[in-house]
Design a protein around this ligand. Sequence first.
Ligand SMILES: [Zn+2]
Length: 124
Amino acid sequence: MGTSKQPRRYLSAPAELFVNRESNYGWRVPECPWCGGEHTHGAHSLDEDPRLALGHRVSHCATISEHPKPGDETPLAKAAEALNLDFDGYILVDDDPRQTAELMESLEVHEDDVFVGVSLKGAA
Ligand SMILES: [Zn+2]
């Protein structure tokens, strides 16, 4: 491993789970911490855990002018630099784990293929 690698620090972006038109999970960021706009990110197909798609993502505004850049004099850019935050995205965070679990559960009922983990322990 490297010697003294600094962790990369990002703003967190509260996100809510939804099902998109392609019948895949997606995460919606209603209010981007950088630009204030709404962004959506694809997650996984419905038989996978969408929470695996949380974590660092490049915000869709990263290339437009509303998105602060290092060296900008806007309050947000200055605050971010003071906190030593990286500018090229954010960390998607599940804003409502209970609602996420409920959505996943409600979809599972309509799935044709339900995968159930069973244990052979104690089956004899
Ligand atoms: Zn944005």
